[in-house]
Design a protein. Structure first.
Length: 390
């Protein structure tokens, strides 16, 4: 008999979402505008301490709008984290610009300030600085923002902080996503809170946010008829989905605490095994631990991350490799890439050795122990086989 499916990161409803959805239906506000949209934007802005927020259809749309606001166009370059989901870089292509990929550093797995510095030096030498830097906060952990902001400030290049995976986390007391000129959140179905599908762009630049809202609603001019002087997009979030988001936001601190508890249990059970190394938490930050991520050193553990993944899959447990770096993606073949060290690509190693474990905030303790048991058995089994072969 097949065991129940353990998902990687399923939605976890609070129960209060229905109230806001019902209000939308009762008042007939089911379009991409309405009271829930207005309230959700204000509640997000207040929660993270930003001046303004604009709710859109996805985190990808939010990144695209940020690039439009920075006038990124054909012939421009944008520096972007390599170890991330492709949605971080696709909007660069939408604008006809060229991504330049920056490696991770080993402590946070996020953008390497060392590699970023080399990329800027080359850009300065070639008289072609990037229009923007997209920094991704991977699996809930903030990048080394002080170092990255210092470099970008020296070259006067703005930062887009892709906090799609880190909403609810903090960096030195500040909300993740609030350190760049623009911050990006995602409310996709597998994120720490969800609106089913959706995203948010935030900033302290009021004028830019007014323009973002304008562009996201097809750039319709203020005229008594449909007039358009700019190319816009159909990017606004629906009032119904914003209602889901309002119910979800109410429990965000609880969801962060639950994800961190799940991480702590994994750490307690697995960190003492040879070759198992968990994604660290940078000092003076708090990761939301959206996904518990670790690496497996084959020489020490006697097993590869791929072999553990196969064992989990056989047990009907959904796990996932760490993101395949963008500089290795066929679609971006031939584009420039700056490794952490000239002879060491950290993101390549993390992709080969990395594994994301089921981390849903509604995962039962028994289910988590089932995951842990499977990992332990996989490691022990492979170790025994290698000892016999030796």
């Amino acid at each position: 008999m097949m065991k129940n499916r353990i998902f990687l990161s399923p939605p976890h409803l609070s129960g209060n979402e229905q109230k806001y959805i019902n209000e939308a239906f009762e008042t007939n506000w089911v379009a991409p505008l309405g009271p829930n949209i207005d309230a959700f934007e204000k509640e997000i802005a207040n929660y993270v301490g930003a001046n303004e927020a604009v709710a859109v259809s996805s985190g990808t749309a939010a990144i695209h709008l940020a690039l439009c606001l920075l006038d990124v166009k054909k012939g421009d370059t944008v520096f972007c984290s390599s170890l991330t989901f492709i949605a971080s870089a696709n909007p660069i292509i939408y604008q006809g610009a060229e991504p330049v990929f920056i490696d991770s550093e080993p402590e946070t797995w996020n953008m390497s300030p060392q590699a970023l510095e080399r990329a800027f030096q080359d850009g300065s030498h070639e008289n072609k600085l990037p229009k923007a830097v997209i920094v991704v906060n991977l699996y809930g952990q903030s990048a080394k923002m002080d170092e990255i902001m210092s470099i970008c400030s020296r070259y006067n290049v703005p930062i887009i902080e892709d906090a799609a995976e880190s909403f609810g986390g903090t960096y030195k007391g500040k909300a993740s996503g609030t350190l760049g000129l623009f911050g990006i959140y995602s409310f996709n179905g597998n994120k720490i809170i969800t609106t089913s599908g959706g995203g948010m762009i935030i900033s302290n630049d009021q004028e830019a946010m007014n323009k973002a809202r304008f562009l996201a609603t097809q750039a319709r001019d203020p005229a008594p008829y449909y007039q358009h002087s700019n190319i816009g997009f159909n990017y606004r979030m629906s009032n119904v989905l914003a209602g889901i988001g309002r119910g979800q936001l109410e429990v965000l601190p609880k969801r962060v605490a639950e994800r961190r508890r799940i991480f702590e249990q994994y750490y307690k059970e697995l960190a003492n095994l040879p070759g198992i190394y968990f994604m660290a938490e940078l000092q003076n930050t708090q990761s939301n631990r959206w996904l518990t991520a670790l690496t497996i050193n084959e020489k020490e553990a006697g097993v590869t991350a791929g072999e553990v993944l196969v064992a989990l899959t056989k047990e009907n447990i959904e796990a996932r490799p760490v993101w395949k770096p963008l500089h290795l993606q066929p679609i971006f073949d031939g584009l420039r890439y700056y490794p952490h060290e000239k002879n060491e690509s950290v993101s390549d190693r993390l992709f080969q050795q990395g594994l994301c474990l089921p981390s849903g905030s509604n995962m039962a303790f028994n289910d988590q122990m089932r995951v842990i048991k499977c990992i332990k058995e996989s490691i022990n089994s492979h170790m025994c086989k290698r000892e016999l072969q030796a």
